[in-house]
Design a protein around this ligand. Structure first.
Ligand SMILES: [Zn+2]
Length: 380
């Protein structure tokens, strides 16, 4: 086990490099929808990746920041480190959430979700290369720029790299206290459109078939699909319909948020939406939508990766817990392909998407050692 201690010592010795790397990324604010800002952060990240020996490829995107694909080492198979450098914070948020180190915490917009995670992955890689630890596989990092809005321009690249990988380590924030994420719900949404028959509400109401009334029936059916005991949540989150006060409405719309724990539950909910039929047969009900991110299920592969991580963490002196979350990440895509995926391996801290966002400074180097150990442990 001395190799793990070598990695740990290296990472602890590089604590200042790690903090400086995180801070340089946080200083370059990178809200998903501001391509030039995201690309400025990406340029800094690319030069730092090159500086530690990475072969960087920019995956250009016209409307989003360019994604960065980086390879280290050689070998016919690969391990994928996955994450994103876009954040939910607008440019200027640094004035409201200044970058500070105090009370053992590093604060700043996007520090926890997830610029610290990127730096942790970089330090883990440096540790392996610079201590001469044998690694049988290529290390591939894919740092994307649109995770916070659903990964439309990165999903294909994520899935391509995942298919080539023996395992995917997602450096998204950990759960409170440092636990990794061994399950994530799938998330999706449906749009329901009801078409009825309009009529004058005062002169000949009998000729009308109200789309709003029909939608009300449908909403009760849709909400009845929720089954919290099974981890299925179904919520109508937006409704609209009707034109003016004296017209029986001929159109109504609803938007529905859906979270499911398994592919089977996703199929069940999907079938229920396709099967919606009107109560008033003069109206029509149409639904569209589906899962944006499939669930990350705690399969035997996921469990094996967690056990391996947990063994390494114990040697490093930190028991590693696991847990689940209702929120999705790009790990949902890779896990759904059947590629062993462990998520939430990034920084320990709190306040993702919140004003109190921070990472716990002391835990960062050992987190990098954990990732390094995981990568090195995956030998044939
Ligand atoms: Zn994130």
């Amino acid at each position: 086990m001395s190799r793990l201690y070598d990695l740990q010592k290296f990472c602890r010795d590089q604590r200042d490099w790690l903090l400086e790397t995180i801070e340089s990324l946080v200083r370059l604010e990178s809200p998903t929808t501001d391509k030039s800002a995201v690309d400025r952060c990406g340029a800094e990240l690319a030069s730092r990746l090159q500086a530690i020996g990475g072969r960087v490829t920019r995956l250009s995107r016209p409307d989003r920041g360019d994604h960065l694909l980086t390879e280290f080492g050689c070998g016919t198979s690969q391990i994928l480190l996955l994450g994103h450098f876009d954040t939910v914070w607008p440019v200027g948020q640094l004035d409201r959430m200044p970058l500070t180190r105090a009370d053992g915490r590093l604060r700043g917009p996007g520090v926890f979700d997830m610029k610290a995670g990127i730096a942790i992955g970089m330090l883990a890689t440096r540790a392996l290369l610079e201590t001469g630890t044998p690694v049988a596989r290529r290390i591939v990092m894919l740092w994307t720029t649109d995770e916070e809005i659903g990964s439309a321009t990165s999903r294909a690249a994520i899935e391509d790299e995942a298919r080539r990988s023996d395992a995917v380590f997602v450096l998204e924030p950990s759960l409170p206290g440092g636990a990794v994420k061994t399950s994530r719900k799938g998330c999706g949404g449906y749009q329901v459109v009801v078409r009825g028959v309009s009529a004058h509400a005062g002169i000949e109401p009998q000729k009308g078939a109200s789309a709003v009334q029909e939608l009300a029936h449908q909403i009760l059916r849709i909400n009845a699909l929720q089954d919290l005991a099974r981890g299925i949540s179904v919520n109508v989150v937006q409704v609209s319909g009707g034109l003016r006060s004296n017209v029986i409405p001929d159109e109504a719309h609803a938007t529905v948020d859906v979270r499911v724990p398994s592919a089977a539950a996703a199929a069940e909910i999907d079938a229920a939406f396709r099967a919606l039929r009107p109560v008033d047969e003069r109206t029509r009900v149409e639904s569209s939508g589906g899962m944006d991110r499939p669930p990350l299920e705690r399969t035997a592969d996921v469990e094996r990766l967690y056990e391996r991580a947990s063994d390494i963490a114990r040697v490093l002196g930190h028991p590693l817990d696991e847990g689940g979350t209702g929120g999705g990440s790009d790990g949902n895509f890779t896990a759904a392909l059947g590629v062993p995926t462990l998520d939430g391996l990034g920084a320990i801290g709190d306040g993702a998407h919140a004003l109190h966002e921070y990472v716990d400074i002391e835990s960062l180097p050992d987190r990098a050692a954990l990732i390094a150990g995981l990568i090195a442990g995956l030998k044939d």
